[in-house]
Design a protein around this ligand. Structure first.
Ligand code: DOR
Length: 440
């Protein structure tokens, strides 16, 4: 049995933000209280060995759940594989991650869904949930066998990486996804409007001499998908929302009571198009970093609940690919190991994002939306937990990353505030020690 003492527990599901003790037994939260006496703990242990961890000065969160990662297996294991991605996840404080379907081949068949689950089990670190493709080969035309994919273990459907251009395909997809009870995750991008652009269309594209991607390439698809969700009654989740126009549309849709949720990526909250230079290819992401005004609108939307959750869009790429000229490098930023520390540093310690909202948006909301284990530390729940040390300082170094890729803008940057211990189902799967760096 584990007795975790004196940590500041942040658990919005129980409306809890207080110094507490937690008892973990058989992989589950047994009890939580302001204080347990030794006698009580011994009686609860029933003869089992008791491991004590003093969490003084640290915070305990329900394990974070990232609904948007790219793990690249099968097919592009030089960028990442399921084991390296799962290890990066637990080091970064994530106990569950959703793996997108844009692998090679695309996860559009039940055998591939089952393959992802089997590889994740083999790695034995984070819980990895497959997201299956909406269309075969992500061709945007022919729907996958959604019911079969759901029965195989998919927790949602998405052609993420590509927008579904046909409104009729999207409408049908929402209808069929409804039969499975799973959300359809939309990558909102109109290809004609995006026009093969590289960065946000505006001052940045003019300054850098790069082709621009206008905000309406996203917001037009957000408007379309919201209307289709209303029409079909389907369950819609909007991935990586990046601009104010999309936020306004989502706010209106929620007022109408539509079955819609949305996510925002940390990089869209921390950076904007002004940060981009031609050598900073980690900032080449899709959707692109937009203006400072968009960034403020996204933060406001996260705070008022218009945007439900945070998600990394962890998109690993090789060093060779990301050191190409800006226009030729692939879109994507590495996020699993650095995002929590970055959000802490840029948004929590600056007073922009309360810690309660952080855990709600990165654990409780994803668990509820995708019907997953975890999300809270209530007795009976799986003991998926993260101990976070706000005083721990470390420099992000390429050689310390568990991810196979290093396409993060935070390399060689020092952060204060890191997850130091992560448990999945009561098992310690990652521990950061002062002397030896991260061990897992
Ligand atoms: O920046 C991105 N990278 N955005 C996406 O939508 C896809 C992702 C990838 O797979 O690399």
């Amino acid at each position: 049995m584990l007795w975790l003492k004196n940590a500041e527990v942040v658990d919005p599901a129980q409306d809890l933000l207080a110094l507490s003790d937690i008892l973990v037994k058989d992989g589950k939260i047994l009890e939580i209280s302001a204080f347990f006496s030794e006698e009580t703990v011994r009686s609860r242990a029933g003869g089992e060995e008791i491991k004590i961890i003093d969490g003084r000065g640290r915070l305990l969160f329900p394990g974070l759940i990232d609904v948007h990662t790219h793990l690249r297996e099968p097919g592009q294991e030089e960028k990442e594989d399921i084991a390296s991605g799962a290890q990066a996840a637990v080091r970064g404080g994530f106990t569950s991650i959703l793996a997108m379907a844009n692998t090679k081949p695309v996860v559009d068949r039940r055998a591939l869904v089952e393959f992802v689950i089997a590889q994740a089990k083999r790695a034995g670190l984070a819980r990895v949930y497959p997201v299956a493709a909406v269309t075969k080969g992500m061709n945007g035309q022919e729907l996958t066998e959604m019911i079969d994919l759901a029965q195989g273990g998919a927790v949602g459907f998405s052609d993420d990486g590509r927008g579904i251009q046909s409104a009729e395909v999207m409408r049908l997809a929402l209808e069929y996804a409804k039969l499975t009870g799973l959300p359809l995750i939309s990558h909102c991008e109109d290809d004609d409007l995006a026009g093969g652009g590289i960065v946000h269309k505006g001052l940045a594209s003019a300054r850098l001499g790069l082709k621009g991607i206008p905000s309406c390439s996203e917001s037009i698809m957000v408007a379309r998908d919201l209307m289709l969700a209303e029409e079909t009654g389907g369950s819609l989740h909007l991935a990586h929302i990046s601009c104010k126009q999309s936020v306004d549309l989502i706010r209106q849709a929620k007022q109408k009571g539509l079955n819609v949720t949305a996510e925002v990526n940390p990089h869209h909250l921390i950076f904007c198009d002004e940060n981009i230079t031609l050598t900073a290819t980690s900032f080449k992401v899709n959707p692109p970093l937009r203006t400072a005004d968009d960034r403020e609108a996204l933060l406001e939307a996260l705070l008022d609940g218009t945007i439900d959750m945070l998600a990394t869009d962890h998109a690993p790429h090789t060093w060779e690919e990301k050191t190409r000229p800006f226009a030729e490098a692939p879109f994507g930023i590495n996020g699993l190991e650095t995002s929590l520390a970055a959000v802490w540093q840029y948004l929590v310690t600056t007073g922009k994002l309360p810690v309660r909202r952080l855990t709600e948006a990165w654990s409780l909301a994803p668990a509820r939306r995708f019907n997953l284990a975890g999300g809270s530390l209530k007795p009976g729940q799986a003991a998926d937990m993260v101990l976070f040390d706000p005083d721990c300082s470390a420099t992000i170094k390429a050689e310390d990353l568990a991810s196979k890729s290093q396409n993060t803008p935070f390399l060689n940057q020092e952060f204060k505030g890191f997850p130091v211990m992560t448990w999945v189902g009561g098992c310690l799967v990652s521990q950061l020690t002062e002397k030896s760096g991260i061990m897992a």
